[in-house]
Structure formats: C-alpha cells, structure tokens
Design a protein. Sequence first.
Length: 308
Amino acid sequence: MGVLSSGEWRRSPIAADSICLGLPTTLTAEQIAVSLAACRYRRLVIFDYLDQHELAWTPEQEEALRPLTALYLKPWFESAWNYGLRMGLLPIRHYQRFTYGIMADRLLRKVVGPPAPRYDVAFLGRPNRTRIVVDGRIEKMDQRIDWLREIKEASPPLKFWGGLSDADHTEFGEIVAKYGDFSDLFHAGGKVTYPDYFRALRRSRVLLAPGGNVPWSYRHYECLYAGGVVVTIDYAKRDMLVPLPRENMIHAADGAPAMQAIEQALELSRRRPELAQENYRHLEQYLRFGAYSAKRPALIERFVRQLD
C-alpha cells in the first residue's frame, strides 16, 4: 500500500490491485486518462471525504472516470442518492482523546460501576445547518437549533446539559437572519474541555445526535460509547462503515420535533439498562476503544467486501 500525490502519480506509473483516486483533484480529465492508461491495475476506486452530498468531480473528470469504474466511496451512505454509481463507505478519522476517554470509562465501570445519571438529556455542538436530500434537492435543516429551542420551551423540568457552542461559524449570519437572537441556546458554562464533555455525556440518560454539516456525525459514536440512549435523525436508510446499532437508537424523522423521541428514549433507558453494554459490544466488533485496530478484522473485512 502506498500514497502518491497527483504529481508523483503522473511521473510514476504504478502496478497495483486497486488504485484509489481521491477527489477533488487538480488533475485534468486528460491527465487522469493518460496516467491510468500507463498503470496496471485490476480495480479503480474513487473517493472523497467532503461533507457534502455532491460528488467531487468536475464534469470533464466525470466523463473520463465513469467508463472506468462504478464505485465511489464517501464517509456515509444515503439511500436518497441517485448517482448511477455503487456508493461505498470510507473509514473516518478517530481521535486519540476519544480513545483515552473510553479507556477511562471502562476502567471506572470496572472499579466503581456505571456512572449515576445526573442529567436527562445532553448535547453540545456548533449551530451547524444540516444538508439533506429532499425530492432530489439538497435543502438545509436546522435540527440542532430546533431541538434545543423545543427542549428549552416545551419541557423545562428536563435536566439538560449543554447547548450550542462556537458562534464563530461560517453560516452564523444566515442563521441569525432566520431565527433572530438565539443566544439563550448557547452553553452557559463557557469553553468545555473534552474530558468534561465526555464526562457529561456519561452522566446523561439521553444523548442527542442530530446531523452535522450533512446527516453523518462523529458524535453518534461518542454518544453510543458514553452509554446513553441516542436520539438521532433518521438512520434507517443511512449507513457508515462502522454500522450503528440502529435498533437500540431512537430515530426522529428529518426535521421532526425532538420531545416525543426524547420521551421514548427516557423510557427506553429505564426499561433497558443493559443497552449501554449492548451498544459497546456492537461497536467493539469493529473498533478497539473507539479506534481502528488490527485486532478487529471485521472492519477491514467490511471495507474490502464493498470493493468487489
């Protein structure tokens, strides 16, 4: 396995079982065609890591690449996509601080048992506008803001931790134009360190996982490892390389209110206290303390299967 820059690839034709071409690229359609013609390979795979639904090739690059491969990988999958390609899944970045948090959590569970709940619901995140596909069009959805507003106004008895963070956001002005002043939805405690963030998740019964810039979000894994019941936007027709335990989560339709889903999740947390361990065992089939590991071959097997 090796990694080449676009310039290196043009200068040095290669022989490989698989060539994975990352997009976007500065290579022109002609340069791509010439470089591939000089290589010996069995399979061409196209991929991009962009948080967008649109595919990351230019029309000219698409014209050159479509006859050569039907496989395109992204960090997540949407059944609403209709690109005429076989869409596959990429591994996503995992952070060392997250692994340390999981290791500390597992040690504490062994020594003193599971954490006692302190909050009913928790969420902390930027005011992202989530892009979703609706009838073939990409529309923006403010589920984070809508859910937090609903929690604040409709059910004050809930013990809630968190709020919005980081007002320095590229779309902040656009959000203010739509909602007006929503400063009351920001976390009142100031900047939160990652250990404090993960500690608060561990002490919460229900954890919210609305989308990020697009429907997938790394917080799905953070919430599942923290042990709460996860309320997410609808993942029945979405997927990631490390599959979510969908049946153990509460799914709210895209754009739907939060309170009914939160109430279902609170009831599920009381009825199924073993759920946290089930979710942990599910994820640990593919990850080791939230990280990629040679000791978890199921993940690489799932990745390779989609290539053939």
